[in-house]
Design a protein around this ligand. Structure first.
Ligand SMILES: NC(=O)c1ccc[n+]([C@@H]2O[C@H](COP(=O)([O-])OP(=O)(O)OC[C@H]3O[C@@H](n4cnc5c(N)ncnc54)[C@H](O)[C@@H]3O)[C@@H](O)[C@H]2O)c1
Length: 330
């Protein structure tokens, strides 16, 4: 039996988490339907003993592998990706979460659900603590994701209350780093890709709206600590970087990192775009002893290198060798 199952293993966060777990000698089974993820992201662990992969659509799979711990990360995460197929987004966060919780209940396992700061919607409270209930438009264009994650959290809590299942919820704030999809439409990847292509960097709104950006290795460390914490650990738990930065400043930093002149193209703000987003991470500091350590200035060069390589490679490549050797359909 695999010790640990990771859903969404071929995605940006999932593959970085798998790398980390395998490097700690955990036996890991990765599950993914490859809708937004890429097998290429698993290249570094593909031949490692202790790693297996199953191509599985969580919204349809009848059974999932038994494991002691389930990290449930499967879900499109960027607005273009989750809006492209809003029904699948809702299903993986409802039916998919249900399948994971059922598998965990049968195996008496521990579950960590990857939720999101989007459950806070266009927050009226800053910074957002876990006690804030959010301000979400239930029928807006982002609702497939926001409400999907809110449902996922509610289902996790129903399993805790009904069966005493050990469910932990991570509310993840914007994360960036190597293996981000160059086409995923998130602010850092957009700026870097535009800069690499010699295009002006697009700012939606006036650029004073703020975000906070957590480097992926910090985030993965937080997920691991949350999973390892005692059962009484409070949940949900915000995981993100509380250093707030205006979007215009991010554009400046990207231009500096790429060593290009700053050229900006201002466009109107999209519907329901939050104006400010910043985690209160007191709970994680106190109960996990966790706080991010990588500054944007340090994380950006590593991200640029990965996006540069991703741009020059064929998009959505599925290396034949990888596919043949380890993929098993279900
Ligand atoms: N990256 C962030 O900044 C961020 C912020 C908040 C929350 N999160 C959450 O973290 C998780 C991972 O995000 P990410 O950035 O790695 O996104 P990603 O799109 O790179 O990875 C998601 C993975 O889930 C897989 N997937 C989607 N639907 C599936 C299904 N029905 N069955 C099986 N696999 C499926 C995709 O193929 C992909 O590999 C998501 O749950 C997301 O909501 C991410």
């Amino acid at each position: 039996m695999a010790k640990t199952a990771v859903t969404g293993a071929a995605g940006f966060l999932g593959s970085n988490l798998v790398d980390f777990l395998v490097s700690r000698r955990e036996t890991v089974v990765g599950l993914d339907n490859l809708s937004t993820g890429r097998l290429e992201n698993l290249r570094s662990v593909w031949h490692r003993r202790g790693f297996t992969f199953q191509r599985t659509d969580l919204a349809r799979a009848s059974t999932l592998p038994r494991a002691e711990k389930y990290y449930h990360l499967a879900s499109p995460a960027s607005p273009p990706a989750y809006q492209r197929d809003p029904i699948s987004t809702l299903l993986v966060n409802s039916t998919g979460t249900h399948r994971v919780l059922e598998a965990a209940r049968r195996a008496d396992a521990r579950v960590l659900i990857a939720s999101t700061s989007e459950v806070y919607g266009d927050a009226t409270v800053h910074p957002q603590s876990e006690r804030y209930w959010g301000n979400v438009n239930p029928i807006g264009i982002r609702s497939c994701y926001d409400e999907g994650k809110r449902f996922s959290e509610a289902l996790g809590f129903a399993y805790r209350r009904s069966y005493g299942l050990d469910v932990r919820i991570a509310r993840i704030f914007n994360t960036y780093g190597p293996r981000m999809d160059p086409a995923d439409g998130r602010v850092i990847s957009n700026f870097v890709v535009q800069g690499l292509r010699g295009e002006p960097l697009t700012i939606y709104g006036d650029g004073t709206q703020t975000r906070s950006f957590c480097y992926v290795s910090d985030l993965v460390g937080g997920l691991r600590r949350l999973m390892a914490a005692p059962k009484e650990v409070p949940t949900p738990m915000n995981l993100g970087n509380p250093a707030e930065v205006a979007i215009r400043r991010v554009a400046e930093l990207v231009a500096q990192t790429l060593r290009i002149p700053l050229r900006l193209d201002y466009r109107p703000l999209p519907e329901d775009d939050p104006k400010q987003r910043c985690p209160d991470i007191e709970r994680a500091r106190q109960h996990l002893g966790w706080a991010p350590t990588v500054r944007l200035e340090a994380g950006l060069p590593r991200t640029v290198a990965s996006l540069r390589a991703g741009l020059s490679a064929e998009p959505r490549t599925r290396p034949r060798r990888l596919t043949r050797l380890k993929r098993s359909e279900s």
